[in-house]
Ligand binder design. Structure first.
Ligand code: SF4
Ligand code: MG
Length: 327
């Protein structure tokens, strides 16, 4: 609904401070309540940095993050705590984030007790209930992380995130480390949880096929900038930006027509020293003079999507509707 549009909006300049700094440049992104937004790009495009900034783990050097209409850095006390707990981030490697010396009941139950959401005496039952919610046997609450499989550990990580009753989950490559068969199960879990708990998601992945089944809206990043954003149907059925089209060509599809745009050629340039003009021009099969000199602005097109490509200013756009081009 449009009136939810300002619930969570961010407007950013450059990202700050190590460990991994990928400069973000003029990124402007909204996540609406109840949406699943897929954030996709190759490694080094800044998507994880953006996720951390949205989660409040990393302050932007420039720009603002708005949470339900309020700028995050201005929040104090109870409101700041609520904003922090309300957004939880789930990372790729569940093992590295689970303390091997603690039992699951303590790993999952620690934060809700510390934040006064439950009393200590309620912890066991609370955690057992959460384990059930994420599809684990509640009797496993007293076990240690090493006694679980990779997929089960990711479920523990999800239970831990849910324990503080967030409304917004940021999944940063949350299934990338899992076996393919397990990936589908965990994605299904995320979608079940969405329905059960009214969750909002930002789903960060290097792999467009991962967000294919779940995202309502897709945001494509390249070297610190958003290059295209649209509904999942718009992005998957008719990409506007050549980079999106190239990414799509690497997504396995049952429909053969979509299989062959062309594989993206060339190396990803350094995010610290991006090419001038359109950052994608050294790899773009459609690049022309203007692309090397002038940065394309991210503009809203007639169909409501946003795209940053000079081709949109040409009278006749080359047709790369992913169907014929590569034949
Ligand atoms: Fe390719 Fe030019 Fe469009 Fe960049 S602006 S994606 S180089 S056609
Ligand atoms: Mg990353």
């Amino acid at each position: 609904k449009p009136d939810f549009a300002e619930k969570l909006a961010i407007k950013l300049g450059a990202a700050s401070t190590p460990p991994v700094v990928h400069a973000l440049d003029g990124v402007d992104l909204q996540v609406r309540r109840g949406e699943v937004v897929g954030l996709v790009g190759e490694s080094g495009c800044g998507k994880s940095t953006l996720g951390r900034i949205i989660a409040g783990m990393l302050p932007p050097t420039e720009g603002e993050v708005y949470v339900e209409g309020a700028e995050r850095s201005q929040l104090r006390g109870q409101a700041a705590r609520h904003a922090r707990l309300n957004t939880q981030i789930i990372f790729q490697d569940p093992m590295s984030s689970l303390n091997p010396r603690k039992r699951v009941v303590d790993i999952v139950g620690e934060a809700p007790v510390a934040h006064g959401l439950i009393r200590r005496g309620e912890k066991q039952a609370y955690v057992e209930n959460l384990l059930q919610t994420v599809g684990l046997d509640p009797s496993m609450a007293d076990r240690y992380p090493h006694q679980f499989s990779g997929g089960q550990r990711q479920r523990i990580g999800i239970a831990r995130a849910l324990a503080v009753k967030p409304e917004f989950l940021i999944c940063d490559e949350s299934i990338a480390a899992l076996d393919i068969s397990i990936q589908a199960q965990v994605i299904n879990l995320f979608m079940d949880l969405r329905r059960q708990l009214d969750l909002t998601y930002l789903f960060i992945s290097h792999d467009l096929s991962v967000v294919n089944h779940i995202a309502d809206r897709v945001v494509i990043m390249y070297l610190g900038r958003i290059v295209e954003e649209g509904s999942a149907d718009q992005i998957f059925d008719g990409p506007n930006h050549p980079y999106t089209a190239a990414l799509l060509s690497e997504v396995p599809r049952i429909d053969r027509r979509h299989r062959t745009f062309q594989t993206i050629k060339g190396e990803i340039p350094s995010p610290m020293n991006p090419p001038p003009g359109c950052h994608f021009h050294p790899r773009c099969p459609f690049a022309f003079d203007r692309c090397r000199a002038e940065r394309p602005a991210l503009r809203t097109l007639a169909d409501g999507r946003r795209s940053a490509c000079h081709l949109n200013d040409l009278d006749q756009r080359p047709n790369f509707s992913v169907t014929e081009q590569a034949r």
